[in-house]
Design a protein around this ligand. Structure first.
Ligand code: ADP
Length: 270
């Protein structure tokens, strides 16, 4: 080949390499910045319940000769400790999902089992909130990934749908295939989310209405976990909501073939 052409080609290749390396550095900087923010937010969020636990322990100590008071503070201490435990486990989930390592598992997963396990995990919550969970749709669809992570994601949507719904209402979970995508839609007829909040609720620790969310014991981490879990599976989350009407969160994941032993059409028809 002509030397000039070779030189031009070499220049192009090296430009492309520089670009790649540059992109890699900015990506690493972005991840590092995210990590720093996360640590800062986390320490801030942990301060409140830890402070409450310390105060309640002191209150118990100074109320020692009043059994009723001791009992009262002990119950509140238990509640705060529970909240702290929930917060810690969510922080762990989120930081695992944000770490660059591979998912624990990467196998074919039945969406039906994902939904069933999420419903199991929140059956008590639904009962005590007097919200009925109704499932529907295609029960023979499969995706690729980590069963545990996916059912936690669907579970978080379900937990929110129940928490932000009035007693006596129902929440729906529907599964269907749209082309080569599986959609898992969680629909409630609850309080809904304003347009401004819709832009922000997937951010870590963000809660639409502080007072209201605190009353339901939220952490503001549920939807970030959903977002990262779904992203790690090559999918996305969509949201439709209207204040006072309700919300639908839809997880969309790449569809994979059903196992051979299942007699079903190769391409889903719905
Ligand atoms: P939280 O633990 O506070 O529920 P999430 O990250 O799961 O945290 O949700 C963030 C915020 O988004 C909630 O505090 C709530 O204000 C709003 N939200 C989430 N799901 C719903 C829903 N189904 N209906 C109304 N608001 C919701």
């Amino acid at each position: 080949a002509e030397p000039r052409l070779v030189a031009a080609r070499a220049t192009r290749i090296s430009e492309r390499l520089t670009l790649l390396i540059f992109r890699d550095i900015t990506e690493r900087e972005r991840v590092e910045e995210m990590r720093r923010d996360f640590v800062a937010n986390t320490s801030h969020e942990l301060k409140t319940p830890v402070g409450a636990v310390l105060l309640l322990a002191e209150a118990i100590e100074s109320a020692a000769d009043d059994p009723d008071q001791v009992r009262h503070f002990a119950v509140r201490l238990g509640a705060e400790a529970n909240r702290l435990a929930g917060l810690t486990s969510r922080i762990m989930s989120l930081s695992r999902l944000q770490a660059a390592d591979e998912l624990n598992e990467n196998r074919r997963v039945s969406v039906d089992e994902v939904v069933a396990s999420a419903m199991d995990a929140h059956a008590l919550q639904a009962d005590s909130a007097r919200v009925e969970v109704q499932r529907g749709g295609d029960r023979r669809l499969y995706v690729q990934g980590d069963m545990q992570v996916l059912s936690e994601a669907v579970g978080n949507l379900l937990a929110n749908a129940i928490a932000y719904s009035p007693a006596g209402s129902s929440v729906g979970i529907g599964v269907r295939a749209v082309g080569d995508v599986v959609e898992i839609a969680v629909t409630d007829r609850g309080i809904g989310i304003s347009e401004a909040d819709q832009q922000r609720i997937f951010e870590r620790f963000y809660r639409a209405d502080q007072a209201r969310s605190r009353r339901t014991g939220g952490t503001g981490l549920g939807l970030s976990i959903v977002k990262y879990a779904v992203q790690r599976h090559g999918g996305e989350v969509r949201l439709w909501s209207r204040p006072g009407r309700g919300s639908t969160f839809t997880i969309r994941l790449p569809l994979v073939e059903a196992p051979e032993d299942q007699s079903r059409p190769k391409k889903p028809t719905r």
